[in-house]
Ligand binder design. Structure first.
Ligand code: CO
Length: 165
């Protein structure tokens, strides 16, 4: 495993639509392993392949809604799609590609996705709260959309300093 460089918002690759993953091979597994290490080192909760310069439909989302004595689960979603969403949450959102900036984004409270695992097996998964927000945020990356485009407004320096996030 190795960490990969995370592209920041100036990079045009972040604004391109990604192509489906068609080969569930060692190269994909290497990418996912590297993304996992990169995410862990950055203390993030999600990472999309285009953020490390790979324009393919693969994302990682950290499921943090687990019991206190259980480990968080790192979900690998290949060729993901949203099946259903419901409810609404409004809150601050950030992105590893937009370091230090946070903005208010409205997202569904519950999101059910369908995706393939690293071996090509289809599965479904329902996330709520932060996990639902993360599903939407990471899937947006695959369409070339960065959260700052969806923000009602960015948090001010004062709000950040006051720990509003
Ligand atoms: Co992001």
């Amino acid at each position: 495993m190795a960490t990969r460089h995370i592209l920041t918002k100036e990079d045009p690759a972040l604004y391109k639509k990604c192509r489906p993953v068609t080969s569930f091979d060692a190269r994909l597994h290497q990418l996912l392993d590297d993304m996992a290490e990169t995410l862990a080192q950055s203390n993030g909760v999600g990472l999309a392949a285009p953020q490390v310069g790979v324009l393919r439909r693969a994302v990682l989302v950290l499921e943090t809604n687990v019991a206190e004595d259980e480990d968080e689960i790192l979900l690998e979603l290949i060729n993901p799609m949203i099946l259903e969403s419901s409810g609404e949450q409004k809150g601050a959102e950030g992105c590893l590609s937009v370091p230090g900036e946070y903005g208010i984004v409205c997202r569904p409270e519950t999101v059910k996705v369908r995706a393939q695992d690293r071996n090509g097996q289809w599965f479904e998964y329902e996330g709520t709260g932060l996990t639902a927000r993360c599903f939407c945020h990471e899937l947006d990356h695959l369409e070339g959309r960065v959260f700052t485009e969806l923000c009602e407004r960015m948090l001010t320096e004062e709000e950040l300093a006051n720990g509003a996030f």
